[in-house]
Design a protein around this ligand. Sequence first.
Ligand code: ADP
Ligand code: MG
Length: 255
Amino acid sequence: MEDLHPTQKVDRSAPAIDVRQLHKSYGDHEVLKGIDFSVEKGQVVCVIGPSGSGKSTLLRCVNRLEEPSSGQILVEGIDITDPDTELDKVRSRVGMVFQQFNLFPHMTVLRNLTIAQQRVKKRGRAEAEKIARENLAKVGLADKEGAYPGHLSGGQQQRVAIARALSMDPDMMLFDEPTSALDPELVGDVLDVMRKLAESGMTMMVVTHEMGFAREVGDKLVFMDGGVIVEEGSPVEVLTNPQHRRTQSFLSKVL
Ligand code: ADP
Ligand code: MG
């Protein structure tokens, strides 16, 4: 990993992500109330929970789109809540894919994939385009490099967004309900890309309502409610034998 911090050193034996007593408030509304969890390298952790439970806020803190109110987030041993952390580098090492793909509408697919590589990673155009094309091929969209996002289906746009994040060489990827905005028939292609990424060994945190994906691909399932982690465990255990009443109640509504 590139240096995220001028003095702290990467610890390769540390968990990929280690969150300790994370609190986040907006004004006097406390949204995250002391979150502790870790993600080992190569692990896929799925996060479920009702709307408003703090799932997006948690992911946004982990790649520092939000500033935590207190607590620590260690990425490969480096405390990214430290004020000296280089946030641009955190955001390229910790890739993020959103529900609303957030592509630049006035740029071609290829340009969407090269702009941050050139600006943040300081790659030349030819190298950036080569890497972009490799990643477009990975998500099955090699033939779409000249298209504008508005001419692609939602599922294709989301796969472009995944390829864009991968073009930054992330060490881990965060997905915030990546298939929730898609028509049902387009969900499968996006989940297939994510499944392949998991099989390739990528460390992933995935907020999702896709329980099949969580069960088959996830190494761990975390249930959040009201700004806390209520329960976590192996996906099969949590889905078939939830221990807490709140987990049982949530699952009875979504399964
Ligand atoms: P989830 O992703 O689980 O639906 P969020 O993390 O989006 O939950 O939101 C958790 C709570 O934080 C909600 O009550 C939401 O209204 C509040 N919240 C999220 N972002 C902001 C913000 N930028 N300003 C104020 N409140 C926010
Ligand atoms: Mg959310």
